[in-house]
Every structure is written in structure tokens, then in C-alpha cells.
Ligand binder design. Structure first.
Ligand code: 5GP
Length: 215
């Protein structure tokens, strides 16, 4: 049994159309210990998206004001818009012991890894590139130009996959949710994420050793 206090940051990236959104919603539904961070963006809402559910939709001015007040854990520019992670929610949930999921693109993911070395970085992929194109087109909410831009971006993002800790193939939703959960559970047991516990054990052992005759 490992003493668990604070939660860890789970960074999930993946090509646009890989099904991350659905996957993340299912993760929070299936398991109690996850909190999903809601990002702030300057892009327009898609049909069916609600303010404060998928995103906080704001103007460029509001976003830049938030940056200047250090109110974001990270932010990045993606296909012409700003996207960022509000700090307060993330910090509060981590304090409560929740594992906080950030569904963000690669530049943001790498910034988080730099700032928080214990973050777990996961990359979600569809089973094939053809399936990715099919999913993007099937969504029916974006113009061909936007789809093409996102496919191009996927090509660029693929170059950074090796910097992630794990890849997850999103073929069958339930299967994928279980896999992600197991990987996160395992990550909790890495020495890197249990420094306090290990230090405590070492100190206790040293103290015990002082009481013994063998030096
Ligand atoms: P979409 O416009 O399809 O909702 O999102 C576009 C990209 O922005 C996705 O790859 C998504 O993961 C990423 N994204 C969403 N929120 C954030 C955020 O807060 N920070 C960063 N860096 N990327 C984000």
C-alpha cells in the first residue's frame, strides 16, 4: 500500500479526431478518482458545445489578460487560436487527491512535463490514418479547410509522440478506458511519484539501524 496524498497530472494528447473528448468523459464517468480540467479557448464553439462544459469560450483580450495574471498552468496556440489550462481548478483538485486530466495538444503537454516532472503523458491514436480521416469527416462540424489543416497538424504532431510516456490506441472505447486507467494506476507506483514515502522509509531504517549493534 502506497501512501497517497496529492493527485497527479495526467496529460492526454492525440490527433484531432482521435476521440480524446469522448474517451476522457468516459474516464471520469467510469472512475471516481479523476477530475477533468476545462480549458479556456479563443476558438468559436462548435454546434452542440456548451460554455463551461467543453470549454470556457473567451475573447483574445480576456485570454491575454489571464496569461498576464499567471492564471494558466500552460497555454499554446493551435491552428490560429489560443488554448490554455486554468490554474485554480487544477491546483484545487490535486490538493483534494484527485488525478487531474488535461486534454491538451503537444506544445502544452511538453510545457507541463517540464514544470511538473511527475505528470504522466499519454498519447491517444486511432487504429490507422485512414480511420482518423474518416472520423474527422464524419464529425460533420468542420469545413474541408479546417479538416485539411488538422490532418497536416497531425503529421507534425506525430513527430513528437516519442516524448510521451504511453501511447493508447482508441479502437474500442470501453477497452481503451480500462487500459488508460491501468496505466495511470501503475504510474502511481513509480519511485518518482513516491519520493516522500521512500524518504520516510529510509529515515526509519536509519533510525532502526542506530539501535542495533552492527555498525
Ligand atoms: P479542439 O479545437 O479540437 O477542441 O482542440 C484543438 C486542440 O487543442 C486539441 O489537440 C486539444 O487537445 C488542444 N487543447 C484543448 N485545450 C487545451 C489547453 O488548455 N491547452 C493546450 N495546450 N491545448 C489544448
Amino acid at each position: 500500500m502506497i501512501m497517497k496524498h496529492k493527485g497527479i497530472l495526467i496529460v492526454v494528447s492525440g490527433f484531432s479526431g482521435a476521440g480524446k473528448g469522448t474517451l476522457m468523459k468516459q474516464m471520469v464517468r467510469s472512475y471516481e478518482n479523476y477530475a477533468l480540467s476545462i480549458s479556456m479557448t479563443t476558438r468559436d464553439p462548435r454546434p452542440g458545445e456548451a460554455e463551461g462544459r467543453e470549454y470556457f469560450f473567451v475573447s483574445k483580450e480576456v485570454f491575454e489578460d489571464r496569461i498576464s495574471k499567471d492564471g494558466l498552468v500552460e497555454y499554446a496556440s493551435y491552428c490560429g487560436n489560443y488554448y490554455g489550462t486554468p490554474r485554480e481548478y487544477v491546483e484545487r483538485q490535486l490538493e483534494r487527491g484527485k488525478d487531474v486530466i488535461l486534454e491538451i495538444e503537444i506544445q502544452g503537454a511538453l510545457k507541463v512535463k517540464n514544470k511538473f516532472p511527475t505528470a504522466v503523458l499519454m498519447f491517444v491514436m486511432p487504429p490507422s490514418a485512414a480511420e482518423l480521416k474518416r472520423r474527422l469527416e464524419g464529425r460533420g462540424t468542420e469545413s474541408q479547410e479546417v479538416i485539411d489543416r488538422r490532418l497536416k497538424r497531425a503529421c507534425e504532431e506525430a513527430e513528437g509522440i516519442e516524448q510521451y510516456d504511453y501511447i493508447v490506441i482508441n479502437d474500442e472505447l470501453e477497452e481503451c478506458v480500462k487500459e488508460m486507467h491501468s496505466l495511470i494506476q501503475a504510474a502511481h507506483y513509480a519511485p518518482l511519484r513516491n519520493k516522500e514515502f521512500i524518504e520516510k522509509m529510509k529515515n526509519e531504517l536509519r533510525a532502526l539501524q542506530k539501535e542495533t549493534a552492527i555498525k
